[in-house]
Design a protein around this ligand. Sequence first.
Ligand code: SAH
Length: 378
Amino acid sequence: MPEEKPTPLPCLLGLKPEEVTEAVAALGEPAFRARQIVEWVFKKRAVSIEAMSSLSKNLRQALAERFVTRSMTLSQVTGSADTTRKLLLKLQDGRYVETVLIPANPALYGGRSDRLTLCVSSQVGCAYDCKFCASGLAGFTRNLTAAEIVEQVVQAEAMAADRVDNLVFMGMGEPLANFSNLTRAIEILNADWGIGIGARHMTVSTSGLAPQIRRLADFPLQIRLAISLHGASDEVRERIMPVNQKHNIAELFEALQYWRSKRKQRITLEYILIEGVNDMLEQARLLARRARAIDARVNLIPYNTVEGLPWVRPAEEQCIAFRDVLEAGGVTATLRLEKGHDISAACGQLRLKQETAEGIVESPIPARRITIGAGASA
Ligand code: SAH
């Protein structure tokens, strides 16, 4: 018989006030206790229920039997030369996720840290198997809970002793494949009673799950949307993103038109440049047409090397030429200067980790995945 693991207690960082009210009512306590608890959790950032000193000992004890205030521990911080820092967080079930803290202008660091962006993960591993990305190499393990998404911000703010002003859901995983936990986390992160980050300062990035993009367009908060496009024609995109076989570019752009009809903010199209795969200028011309059609701007990212994958970053002149075609086509395009490349914290470099006798190591990549990646480049 396999050993039964006790189910972990729910974490208060994933609860909304009405749910806390319900929980304290079940304990025979008045509603104002719930308001106090919510304040301890999100404003005072109590690290334990014991620390909620305005509550009676009895109530604290009853709460501690039912809830926790943290569901992960910070097990490693890797600093980078450009002051980007990667936090490795250990979850209650022994899995790991990474979250990346990025100062907007490292040159300002030491003075006022003007804008702090956090790149959060939404899943342990990823099921979408994009051929250039490290996050899906060892497959999909599980969705993160809403509390685990929120707690990445809480942990990062505690570590940095600073507030995060900007959130990008661009860490490990496909956020829209974890829709209900994602939207619950966004509500908590945005709420005045919660973490208090403005919706316009949150960006959800997706590999292109068209039906969920429509669903998210109906979500009331004015969050931003980024699309990992990486190919301007189905032929090119399909080769590196299997998700395109399920939702092709036409279907994706119909969903994006729907999004446009619901929001004022422009959509960002993310486009990694990979040599000989999608960096041809004819792709740039097609990309310009597509971007214009939905009034999107384009973010060009020279490919970040992933060990074990065959792809190559194009020469700088090719990246610039690609951008120039977009600009000539009337599209706002940025050639993104990557941060965190030296600590494997850059886009696409977050990789599944596991604990062994030797310490924390990268999860092994099943051989078939490497073959597919290499085959696609041939
Ligand atoms: N699954 C979501 C969220 C992850 S965002 C999505 O696909 O949008 C991570 C971003 O990094 C995506 O735009 C992804 O395509 C990009 N990326 C993946 N591998 C990369 C690499 N090796 N170099 C640069 N960007 C990469």
